[in-house]
Design a protein around this ligand. Structure first.
Ligand SMILES: [Zn+2]
Length: 419
């Protein structure tokens, strides 16, 4: 117990003291609320937490009247919401460092594919890996994210492309919560690529995804959303729509990888199905952006893949801004096109490569990342939201995305618990 004076409130005629589990005071708050202030800054200088949730934002002169079990003097550090990486593929077998090496020794993607490389090699290694092996390698990657203050991670399946491995990937993803101080959101991405067993028969594979795997995923409560790789080298709009309809039958929200390499109108289709997010969108036509504004879908920017693939076509950030389409930023952490285990690096890339402001990038890794996952209980510092918080020894929030590998949080709270 830290202070003994009580903040007095009157409830049903009784005098009751205000007592909290945790109090973080003497803090500068970048709430990330869309309140018109830079970084959602608040005038209060203390955050009170009860039962894992932010209970109140307090001024310094009201602190004498508050008690708490645990009290932290933040010494004027900045408090931010825990970061949310809303797009990863971090559960997989093997890695593709050898292909990275082969590319730089002069081999083409085609040479590598002919040697069984690319996504095929990841599918083979993921299918061959037992649950423990997948877990062990995924923990390492998830831990890299957590060290930077990521408290919620989305993880997709999509390297199994068969019933058992897809379910195994999702189980492994969920179990990361038991090992690390993070919350996990899972996404079923059976429609990621065409497995060899269904070569030249993508329609039959989509039927298998919709009629066999998805029902098992749903029955076992293994996914929070359903995703599709809708692209010239992925699945067609008709196939994508079939998956969306199946997801709807199970009450699962949808999202999609769209317009990464071509403008195939996947974003318009996703908007029609009320997609939580459309991801990549380098080739999104400006004239299609009103569809996203109407559906409330979040535009998820993935600059790691843009960087690794040496892409030149940039997402239409300015027009998204003009239409108030919320933009999120994520790592796309995966073994091929974006082996980026750092959300702060992805935010920095979003600023340097796509011209987001540091404030937009940070909101893209908090408030709008939460929205991209349909999680309205987190992503900002506000009474009623989960007390997933990070404390930073910085002079301004912009420092976090201005540097590369410049900062780690001094403290992380998950549900109000110091971890
Ligand atoms: Zn992806």
């Amino acid at each position: 117990m830290y202070k003994y004076a009580y903040h007095i409130v009157y409830s049903a005629g009784m005098i009751q003291p205000v007592h909290y589990d945790t109090l973080i005071y003497n803090v500068r708050i970048a709430s990330m609320q869309a309140n018109g202030k830079p970084y959602g800054a608040l005038t209060g200088s203390a955050v009170a937490i009860h039962n894992g949730v932010i209970a109140d934002i307090l001024d310094s002169d009201s602190l004498d009247a508050v008690t708490a079990e645990t009290v932290t003097d933040a010494q004027q550090q900045w408090l931010l919401p825990g970061f949310i990486d809303c797009h990863t593929h971090l559960v997989y077998g093997g890695d593709r460092a050898n292909e990275f090496e082969m590319r730089l020794q002069g081999l083409t993607y085609k040479d590598i594919a002919l040697q069984g490389g690319g996504i095929k090699s990841t599918v083979a290694k993921t299918r061959a890996a037992c649950e423990e092996a997948l877990f062990k390698s995924a923990v390492k990657r998830a831990n890299r994210l957590a060290e930077e203050g990521v408290t919620t991670i989305e993880v997709k399946s999509g390297y199994g492309l068969d019933n058992d491995t897809e379910l195994r990937m999702l189980r492994v993803a969920k179990s990361l919560e038991s090992e690390l101080p993070v919350r996990i959101s899972t996404t079923f991405l059976g429609a990621h690529a065409l497995p060899a067993e269904f070569a030249d028969n993508a329609d039959a594979y989509i039927d298998f995804v919709c009629d066999t795997v998805l029902p098992n995923v749903a029955r076992n409560n293994l996914a929070d959303a359903v995703d599709v790789f809708c692209e010239s080298i992925g699945f067609t709009n008709a196939q994508t729509e079939k998956v969306f309809k199946a997801a709807q039958q199970y009450g699962l929200p949808v999202k999609a990888h769209v317009e990464q390499l071509t403008d195939s109108k996947g974003a318009v289709l996703a908007a029609k199905y009320g997609a939580l997010s459309v991801d990549h969108i380098e080739y999104l036509a400006e004239s299609d952006i009103p569809h996203l504004a109407a559906s409330g879908s979040v535009a998820v920017l993935l600059p790691g893949a843009f960087y690794y693939l040496h892409e030149t076509q940039k997402p239409p950030v300015n027009t998204l801004r003009q239409h108030n389409v919320p933009m999120a930023v994520a790592t796309d952490l995966n073994p091929g096109s974006s082996p980026v285990a750092s959300l702060l690096t992805a935010m920095n890339m979003a600023c340097v490569l796509f011209a987001l402001t540091p404030e937009e990038a940070l909101r893209g890794g908090t408030l709008y990342a939460a929205k991209a996952l349909g999680l309205s209980d987190r992503g900002e510092i506000k009474p009623g939201k989960l007390a997933d918080l990070t404390l930073w020894d910085i002079e301004s929030p912009a420092e976090l995305v201005y540097t590369l590998n410049g900062h780690r949080p001094t403290q992380v709270f998950l549900g109000g618990q110091h971890v």
